[in-house]
Design a protein around this ligand. Structure first.
Ligand code: CAA
Length: 380
């Protein structure tokens, strides 16, 4: 086993770390407080190539591997998970979905603008009644002449207001269940699309999340991705990779909280010594460090499997399940180590704890990851 990283991977990691620790940190508290979208930062990470990381060079992307991608996401998430989730949905779901499954014409049309970050991508699967039960799609896409007509409501859509490309999952043949579902590339400016209000979230408040309503929205027939009825499998395949991104995000959140707690424990004194010299605190930090290292092994294994064209769906579910639990435990312990200061916004750890919670919920709850893992092992 070779655990060394290439020079290129380390350069990407450094670029992401430098940007996060120099720039994102400046206004992260204000953006979180006021739920301000990170427009400037999205442009800057696009200039760094982080929005075209997984897109091949022939479509103007950077053509990097998934190990580089998770290393970059980890660094961004140490400081700001709002920017990280925009980056993750854009890369792992929108860019990967089009690159891997769309037609040549669709790739030529959409990938260059997604790679440059000129256009942000969003993924519209969840609905009021189809969250965990993703195949219970109520949004319909009925074929009429040379176009589909979309009607329905999508929920919890990351980048709903800022995206220039929507990947929409909808039901074309209700009688066929999941086999009747299709996936479409949709222009968010299409007539008949309206947004619900900005969701006032507990964490990741700087990313924009809305519901999206479709009322007789015409989508050209050529915007369907893949064969008729491929939409549910398309969504499942995308989420396998998406979960590696969210696991990397959770890992970054855990690391961010651990780094702050370690530093604080070396400075803060009680009973005449730095608190790291109290076993109660030292053991907490030991558990936090062990959880982080273990989570990183799973995240990097999942990314490595994807890079090597090996099946990665079960490991990505394990990585998400484990890393998000680690994030929740580590951030909670970090708040505890900071004591009263941990409950105050300026010390950042309470924000990281709020961010950690969301990673256990979106792109498949922890319970859904257990469904996926238990189904896979029962086939072994
Ligand atoms: N790859 C390919 N095909 C797959 C697959 C995969 N990973 N998983 C399932 N399928 C196929 C099955 O083989 C089956 O096909 P056949 O009938 O041809 O054999 C079909 O899909 C149906 O499979 P299941 O019976 O297993 O489907 P299910 O209804 O039991 O659901 C589930 C499976 C894994 C629970 C799925 O519903 C699921 O992933 N739910 C969670 C959804 C989710 O993660 N939502 C997140 C929203 S996106 C988001 O959060 C983005 C954001 O903005 C941050």
């Amino acid at each position: 086993m070779d655990f060394t990283y290439t020079e290129e991977q380390l350069m990407v990691q450094k670029a992401a770390r430098d940007y996060a620790q120099r720039e994102l940190i400046q206004d992260v508290l204000e953006r979180d407080n006021k739920a301000i979208y990170p427009t400037k930062h999205i442009k800057n990470i696009a200039d760094l190539g982080f929005l075209g990381m997984l897109i091949p060079m022939e479509y103007d992307g950077v053509g990097m591997d998934n190990i580089s991608y998770v290393m970059a996401l980890e660094e961004i998430s140490k400081i700001d998970s709002s920017v990280a989730v925009i980056m993750a949905v854009h890369n792992s779901l929108a860019c990967y979905g089009i690159d891997k499954y769309a037609s040549d014409d669709q790739k030529k049309k959409y990938l260059p603008q997604l790679a440059s970050g000129e256009t942000i991508g969003a993924f519209l699967l969840s609905e009021p009644e189809a969250g965990s039960d993703a195949s219970f799609q109520k949004t319909t896409a009925l074929l009429k002449d040379d176009h589909y007509v979309l009607n329905g409501v999508k929920n919890w859509i990351t980048s709903a207001n800022s995206a220039g490309v929507y990947l929409v999952i909808a039901q074309t043949y209700p009688d066929l269940g999941h086999k009747g579902i299709n996936a479409f590339i949709v222009d968010p400016k299409s007539e008949g699309i309206t947004l619900g209000p900005h969701e006032d979230k507990m964490g990741m408040r700087s990313s924009d999340t809305h519901s999206v309503m479709f009322n007789d929205v015409k989508v050209p027939k050529e915007n369907r991705i893949g064969d008729d009825g491929f939409g549910f499998k398309f969504a499942m395949k995308l989420l396998e990779g998406g979960r590696i991104g969210i696991a990397a995000q959770a890992l970054g959140i855990a690391c961010g909280a651990y780094d702050l707690a370690l530093k604080y424990s070396k400075e803060r004194k009680t009973f005449g010594k730095e608190i790291i010299n109290h076993q109660a605190i030292a053991f907490k930090l030991a558990d936090m460090a062990t959880g982080i290292e273990t989570a990183r092994l799973l995240v990097h294994k999942a990314a490595w499997l994807k890079d090597n064209n090996e099946p990665y769906g079960t490991i990505s579910a394990m990585a998400k399940l484990y890393a998000t639990d680690v994030a929740m435990k580590v951030t909670t312990e970090a708040v505890q180590i900071f004591g009263g200061n941990g409950y105050v916004k300026e010390y950042h750890v309470e924000r990281l704890m709020r961010e950690a919670k969301l990673t256990q919920i979106y792109e498949g709850t922890s319970e859904i990851q257990k469904v996926i893992i238990s189904r896979a092992i029962s086939k072994d």
